[in-house]
Design a protein around this ligand. Structure first.
Ligand code: C5P
Length: 421
C-alpha cells in the first residue's frame, strides 16, 4: 500500500503544486509533505500573494524542487512551458477566486496561471475562500467553465474560516486532496487512445427516399448508435468521418457529412471507404425506394398514387465485395425475429467481418432508445452485450473491430496506450 492509501498513481508522478494567496496557503506545507511521501515529484509554484502567507523556504525544503514564483527567472527562460510539459498533474490548493477567474479567462498574468494554460496534464483545482466569495455567481460561473473544460474541482469543506466565521469555503484536508489527485490521474490513465492513427468511416440514421417533392419513405432509426460510435472512436484517437442522415456535432477528429438518401450515402461512403481502416455501417439504409419519385407534390384529388419500388444499392455488400486486405467492415442487423441467425446470415452474404445484431422489437433496445442490447458476431465468435447505454455498446463494437483489425494485420495497429492530450 502506498503512503497515500490510494492506488499509487502519484508514485513517480510529477506534480506541479500551485499555491494561491489565501489563508489556507499554510496548509500547502502539509500537502507537499504528503505528496512527497506518496512518491510524487513535487514542483511548487507560489503566486506573489501566497508568499505573504507561507514562506517559500518552508515549501522548498519539503518539496522536490525549489519554489518558483516568477515568469522571469534568469536560470529558466520559459518556466511555465517547461513546468506545464513536465507535469503529470497540476494541483492548485488553495485556489483563490482570482486564480480561478484568471484560469477561466485565460489571463496568464503570473507563473501559476501561465503554467495552467501551458499544460495538457489533468488539473485539480481546490477552491478555498470566504463563504460569500465562494457563493458569488462570478466564482460559480468560472468554476462551471473550468469543469466544462475537464478540470477537476474539489469542493471546499464547511467549517471554521479565517476571522471566526463558519460556512463552506475551507480547504479540505491533505488526505482528501491526495484522494482527488489519485482520482484525476486514474481518470487520465483510463482514457484510451487505442484508435490513434486509424481512420474510421461510420454511417448513422435511417435514409429518406423521396416519394414526391414533400414525402419520403424512411424507418424509425434515430442515428443515436452510429453517432455514439463516431464520438467514442474520435475520443479514442481515431480520425472519424460520420456520414449521417441525422444532425450530428462535428468535433476534434470528427467530420460530419450530411446525406439523405441511400444513393447519397452510397456516394459519400464510396468516396471515403478506400482510406478507411474500419467502416461501421450503423445506418438503417432503406432497402427499397420509389422508382420514379414525383418532382412535385402529388395531389389527393388525383387519386391514390401507385408507388413502384426498386432496390437501393446495398452499400455494405458493395464494400464487402471490394474489401481490401487489412480493412475491417462492420454491419448492423436490426431484426425482430431470429436476430442471431439473421446476423450470421448477413455476416456471410455481405462479406462483413463483424455483424452487430439487435432485436428492435424488445423494450429499450434499438431504434429511438438511448439503450441497446446486441450480439456482436465475428466469423469465429459471438459476444453478447446486455442492455447498456449506446455509448457502452459503441465501446464494445469498437473493441471488437480493433481486435479484428489486429488479427487482420497481425500486430497492434496505431499507437498504443498514448495519454490523451
Ligand atoms: O440487409 P439489411 O438492411 O438488413 O442489412 C443491414 C446492414 O446492411 C446494415 O449495416 C446497413 O447499414 C447495411 N445496408 C447497406 N445498404 C443497404 C441496406 C443495408 O449498407 N441498402
Amino acid at each position: 500500500m502506498d503512503p497515500a492509501g490510494g492506488p499509487g498513481h502519484l508514485r513517480s508522478a510529477t506534480v506541479v503544486l500551485g499555491v494561491a494567496g489565501g489563508i489556507a496557503a499554510y496548509k500547502a506545507a502539509e500537502l507537499t509533505r504528503r505528496l512527497v511521501e506518496a512518491g510524487a515529484h513535487v514542483c511548487p509554484v507560489l503566486t506573489e500573494s501566497a508568499e505573504r502567507f507561507i514562506g517559500a523556504a518552508t515549501l522548498s525544503a519539503l518539496a522536490s524542487e525549489p519554489v518558483r514564483t516568477s515568469l522571469f527567472d534568469e536560470r529558466e527562460p520559459i518556466p511555465h512551458t517547461s513546468l506545464g510539459q513536465r507535469a503529470d498533474l497540476v494541483i492548485v490548493a488553495p485556489a483563490t477566486a482570482r486564480v480561478i477567474a484568471a484560469y477561466a479567462a485565460g489571463l496568464s498574468s503570473d507563473l501559476l496561471v501561465a503554467t495552467l494554460l501551458a499544460t495538457r496534464a489533468p488539473v485539480l483545482v481546490c477552491p478555498a475562500m470566504h463563504t460569500e466569495m465562494w457563493e458569488h455567481p462570478a466564482v460559480r460561473d468560472n468554476l462551471a467553465t473550468l469543469r466544462r473544460r475537464g478540470v477537476h474541482v474539489l469542493e471546499p469543506d464547511t467549517g471554521r474560516l479565517a476571522g471566526g466565521d463558519v460556512g463552506p469555503g475551507r480547504l479540505p484536508d491533505a488526505a482528501r486532496i491526495l484522494e482527488a489527485a489519485e482520482a484525476a490521474l486514474a481518470a487520465a490513465a483510463g482514457r484510451r487512445q487505442d484508435l490513434a492513427g486509424l481512420r474510421l468511416l461510420v454511417t448513422a440514421g435511417g435514409t429518406r427516399e423521396p416519394v414526391d417533392a414533400v414525402r419520403y419513405l424512411s424507418n424509425r432509426s434515430s442515428g443515436k448508435q452510429g453517432r455514439a460510435i463516431a464520438a467514442a472512436a474520435a475520443e479514442r484517437g481515431a480520425e472519424v468521418v460520420l456520414v449521417s442522415t441525422v444532425p450530428a456535432e462535428p468535433g476534434p477528429r470528427l467530420e460530419v457529412v450530411p446525406v439523405e438518401t441511400a444513393e447519397e450515402m452510397a456516394a459519400a461512403v464510396a468516396a471515403r471507404a478506400e482510406s478507411a481502416d474500419i467502416v461501421v455501417m450503423a445506418a438503417a439504409v432503406a432497402d427499397f425506394r420509389p422508382k420514379a419519385p414525383a418532382a412535385v407534390k402529388l395531389k389527393k384529388r388525383d387519386g391514390v398514387p401507385e408507388i413502384v419500388l426498386e432496390p437501393t444499392p446495398d452499400i455494405l455488400a458493395g464494400l464487402g465485395a471490394a474489401k481490401r486486405a487489412g480493412q475491417v467492415l462492420v454491419g448492423f442487423a436490426a431484426e425482430t425475429g431470429d436476430v442471431v441467425g439473421e446476423a450470421r446470415r448477413k455476416l456471410q452474404s455481405k462479406g462483413a467481418d463483424l455483424l452487430v445484431g439487435n432485436d428492435v422489437s424488445a423494450h429499450e433496445v434499438g431504434f429511438g432508445w438511448d439503450t441497446n442490447a446486441v450480439t456482436i458476431l465475428s466469423r469465429t465468435a459471438a459476444v453478447e452485450v446486455p442492455l447498456s447505454s449506446k455509448r457502452e455498446i459503441a465501446e464494445a463494437v469498437l473493441d471488437a473491430a480493433l481486435l479484428e483489425l489486429r488479427a487482420a494485420r497481425g500486430g497492434p495497429p496505431g499507437r498504443q496506450g498514448e495519454p490523451q492530450t
